[in-house]
Design a binder for this molecule. Sequence first.
Ligand SMILES: Cc1cc2nc3c(=O)[nH]c(=O)nc-3n(C[C@H](O)[C@H](O)[C@H](O)COP(=O)(O)OP(=O)(O)OC[C@H]3O[C@@H](n4cnc5c(N)ncnc54)[C@H](O)[C@@H]3O)c2cc1C
Length: 376
Amino acid sequence: MQLKDFDVLVVGTGPSGSVLAKELARHCRVGLIGRPTQSCRRIGESLPAAARRILTDLRMWEEFEAAGHRRSWFRRSVWGGPDVFERDSILDPDGAGWHLDRDRFDSMLFDSALSSGVEYGDSAWLRRLHYCEGDKSRRWRCEVETASGLQVIYSRVIVDASGRSASVVRRVGARAKRRSKMVCFYAWFDECTQEHIGATLIESAPYGWWYSADVSNSSCVVAWHTDSDLDCGRPRNARQLLDLARDTRLISSRISGCVASGALHVAPAHEQWATPASGLDWLAVGDACLAFDPLASQGLLHALVTAQEAAASVLAYIRGTKESLADWDSRVQVILAAYLLQRCHFYALERRWPDAVFWTRRHKFEVLESAIDDND
Ligand SMILES: Cc1cc2nc3c(=O)[nH]c(=O)nc-3n(C[C@H](O)[C@H](O)[C@H](O)COP(=O)(O)OP(=O)(O)OC[C@H]3O[C@@H](n4cnc5c(N)ncnc54)[C@H](O)[C@@H]3O)c2cc1C
């Protein structure tokens, strides 16, 4: 499709971009750019049960429910001590959450945006941004790469929904700050034991922590989170990931005797935030404004909520409430402060390895609010 001029251009076709574009398309002309499919299989995140409320608000609950994502009935963890702690979803007022099929989830949100009238630039990728200010009008000049070559799009407002790459944030003079070098190694396995069906497993270890969720009654995903600069036997394939997990208590009891059903994947998993998260005629949502440590299990909920709230801010701005974009940064600062408190609390609970670098770094976070500039 030949893209032209928009009121709002949204960069990124993940959950935050699709939801924001859909919400705005009822009111103004919205363009959406990005690539429709992921180059590698996503881990399949846990979605908290509270997401039902926002999916209902977004008029997508029935469709989501019909998609049959696997329920996550309880969480078992070994954290802060050798014992297994279990939390049943019956204790959660919202009930059980889900272990998502990310392709299916992202496609549902994306298709819903397109059927709401959003104009989509197939495989268009943001390359350059320039702010044009004339006597009578201001707008963004966006150079995007498409299958048929470079294209220029104009838009009054631009929204960064490009995830951790924060493609707009880094191009408008804002900073993407990060405070860890966390990476996640993950792979899928078949022929798992029947011991933890329906459970999400979390387990700490001297060099990081483990996550596992079942994707069927006999297959599961196993993920290892550590810092990229630590020498803790970086796995090079799924077999080595399995070997690393042998020393664990919970994870090993799920994968004993199982076989790898695919390759090993690696994903950046550091926490990151934009400073500021909005400015003159732009704002950031989802991971582009604040990407959590995966331990929080809140990234997708945050993507949906910020997309919905930011859509209201952008609409108010277009309709003449000048301060609504500047206010967006204050909103993100509130979320960031609450997140940092929670994150410090959970890492502080694990004190079994006082000399292990992975943990001393996290405990230092409690007193030292240092962040690395990640714009380079
Ligand atoms: C290892 C790991 C485990 C996680 N576990 C959980 C969990 O259990 N629960 C949970 O809720 N969350 C979890 N998360 C977080 C969750 O994956 C993210 O919060 C969520 O994907 C954010 O959605 P988003 O739409 O903001 O960004 P994304 O899903 O990252 O989408 C961004 C999109 O923008 C596109 N893009 C980037 N640059 C450009 C450009 N220049 N032009 C056009 N398009 C561009 C990308 O291709 C991508 O499609 C986890 C994350 C990691 C890394």
